[in-house]
Design a protein. Structure first.
Length: 290
C-alpha cells in the first residue's frame, strides 16, 4: 500500500463515515488488502466495526499521530513539513499564497512600506500587506503586463498611473485577490484592466460583485489593433457575451461595450493594447447596481 495523501484522505473518510459497505476503489482495496480485513464482493467492500477500528489504529501508528488530527489541506510546504514527511503534500503551489504586485507608488507592508518600481515585481502574502493604507489599486489579467509595467503606465488614465497593480493570478491566488479587494477601504479606487473581450468583461463583472470597481477599457481602437482581434477567441467566448448582454443586471455602459464587441467580433488582448499604445479610459463605479 502506498502511503500517500490520497490513501490517507480515503482512510480519514472511512473512519469518519464508518460505513458497513462502500463501493470498491483501488485505494480502498489496497488498504483492506494491506490490513487483511474486510470482504470484497461484487465491487463492494464490507466492513465490521472492528475493521474500522483496526484501520484507525493502523494509520495512527504509522503516522505517529491520530489520523483524524491531520489536516491534508494545509496550503504551504512549510506548514506541511510540520505534519508530513513529504512537504509536497501541501494543497497549494509554492507561489499560490502570494500576490504579485508592481507599480509606481507605495506598497504598504505591515512592517515596512515598499517604494515600488514599475520594472520590479513584488510577491507578498496578503497578511503582510496593510490593506487599509492602499488608496489606488489596479487588477490586471495577464502577468506579462505586471513584468513590464513601465510600458503600461503611459496608456493608463491619469488617476491610475500611480496605483499599485496586482496580478489576478491563477487558482488559489484568486482567493487572496478577492479577499484583498474586499478588505481595502470603501473609498479605495479599484481599477480592473483585463483583455478587451467577453471573457475579460465577464471576469470584471464578477469582481464587481464584491465591491464597486472602475473598468479600464480602450478609449479608441485603431484599425491596426482591430486587425489583431482573435476571431477564434471571440467565437469561444460568444456564450459569455450573449449571457451578459441578455442579463438585466448588466449596467447600461457595460452593455454598450458588449455590443461593440459583438458588432465588431472583438477579442483583443491587453498585450496588443499596450504594445500599440492604445489610450485607456474608465467606466466608473461599476457594481453599484450588480
Amino acid at each position: 500500500m502506498k502511503l500517500d495523501k490520497k490513501t490517507i484522505r480515503a482512510a480519514q473518510n472511512l473512519i469518519r463515515r464508518s460505513p458497513s459497505q462502500i463501493s470498491e476503489s483501488a485505494v480502498l482495496r489496497a488498504i483492506v488488502q494491506e490490513l487483511e480485513i474486510g470482504i470484497i464482493r461484487n465491487k463492494k467492500i464490507y466492513f465490521t466495526p472492528s475493521n474500522l477500528i483496526e484501520i484507525e489504529n493502523y494509520f495512527n501508528k504509522v503516522l505517529g499521530k491520530p489520523i483524524l488530527d491531520i489536516d491534508l489541506d494545509v496550503e504551504t510546504r512549510l506548514e506541511a513539513s510540520a505534519f508530513f514527511s513529504n512537504e509536497k503534500w501541501a494543497s497549494g503551489g509554492v507561489f499560490e499564497v502570494m500576490l504579485s504586485m508592481t507599480g509606481r507608488g507605495i506598497i504598504p507592508g505591515i512592517k515596512d512600506a515598499i517604494e515600488a518600481q514599475p520594472n520590479i515585481v513584488y510577491s507578498m502574502k496578503l497578511r503582510d500587506i496593510d490593506v487599509t493604507k492602499i488608496s489606488k489599486l489596479i487588477i490586471v489579467e495577464n502577468g506579462e503586463l505586471i513584468t513590464n509595467w513601465e510600458l503600461v503606465i503611459p496608456s493608463l488614465p491619469l488617476e491610475y498611473q500611480s496605483a499599485i497593480a496586482v496580478f489576478r493570478g491563477y487558482g488559489k491566488n484568486q482567493k487572496y485577490l478577492n479577499e484583498l479587494i474586499c478588505k481595502v477601504r470603501p473609498d479605495t479606487k479599484v481599477g480592473v484592466f483585463f483583455d478587451y473581450d467577453a471573457a475579460g468583461i465577464d471576469m470584471a463583472l464578477k469582481l464587481a460583485e464584491h465591491r464597486v470597481i472602475d473598468l479600464i477599457i480602450p478609449s479608441i481602437l485603431p484599425e491596426d489593433v482591430i486587425a489583431k482581434s482573435k476571431l477564434e477567441e471571440f467565437g469561444n467566448q460568444f456564450e459569455q457575451l450573449t449571457r451578459r448582454l441578455n442579463s438585466p443586471d448588466t449596467p447600461y455602459e457595460i452593455r454598450e461595450v458588449l455590443k461593440n464587441l459583438e458588432n465588431n467580433k472583438l477579442a483583443i488582448t491587453q498585450e496588443h493594447l499596450i504594445t500599440h499604445g492604445v489610450p485607456l479610459k474608465l467606466i466608473k463605479n461599476v457594481g453599484e447596481t450588480i
